[in-house]
Ligand binder design. Structure first.
Ligand SMILES: [Zn+2]
Length: 183
């Protein structure tokens, strides 16, 4: 896919791929501390983090099947992974248009698309999954009961991961994906 894109002057560059549980925990705990310092309640803090970031243990980046991409043929803006970089006439719009047209021919699909009926994470025009592997990963993942896993964990705010919350989170965030990758 990189080779084909390069023929049209687009240099697909992965900026994030596999992330370990501990890496995700660092991201989570850093954001948690920051939002609490800014005055948000614990519940508000969790709600804000899960707009874009996963509870450690639930990220698709743990599977090694998902990537966040930019176009390395362009000079890097200060913030890479923001929606406005990928919209019309912006720095990564050429990449986005090319991916819209070609990615599925290589097995890659946008996960958190801009379908307004999709719940969970906000629109992420940079995050792609390799469906031939990740479809099976999701099927296996859904067999796990994650509730017990978070008892006495060192993840900040995990005392609020009650069964009802995790059920809702699984439904909205883990299953809140592009329907094309479920079928
Ligand atoms: Zn991602």
């Amino acid at each position: 896919m990189q080779k084909e894109a390069l023929k049209e002057g687009i240099s697909i560059q992965i900026v994030s791929a596999y992330r370990s549980f501990n890496h995700q925990k660092k991201i989570w705990n850093r954001k948690y501390k920051q939002y609490i310092l800014e005055g948000f309640s614990e519940q508000q803090t969790i709600a804000k983090i899960i707009e874009y970031s996963s509870i450690p243990g639930t990220s698709r980046h743990h599977w090694g099947t998902d990537i966040d991409i930019i176009d390395n043929a362009r000079s890097r803006p200060k913030k890479l992974l923001i929606e406005s970089n990928y919209t019309k006439n912006r720095i990564y719009s050429k990449l986005k248009i090319w991916m819209d047209k070609n990615a599925s021919n290589f097995g890659f699909y946008l996960v958190y698309n801009n379908n307004p009926t999709r719940k969970g994470y906000k629109y992420e025009p940079w995050h792609y999954t390799y469906k031939p592997l990740s479809k099976k990963m999701l099927e296996e993942y859904l067999k796990i009961n994650i509730f017990n896993f978070y008892k006495n964990s060192s993840i900040k705010g995990s005392h609020l991961f009650l069964e009802i919350f995790l059920k809702m989170y699984s439904f909205e965030h883990i299953l809140g994906v592009n329907l094309e990758i479920l079928n």
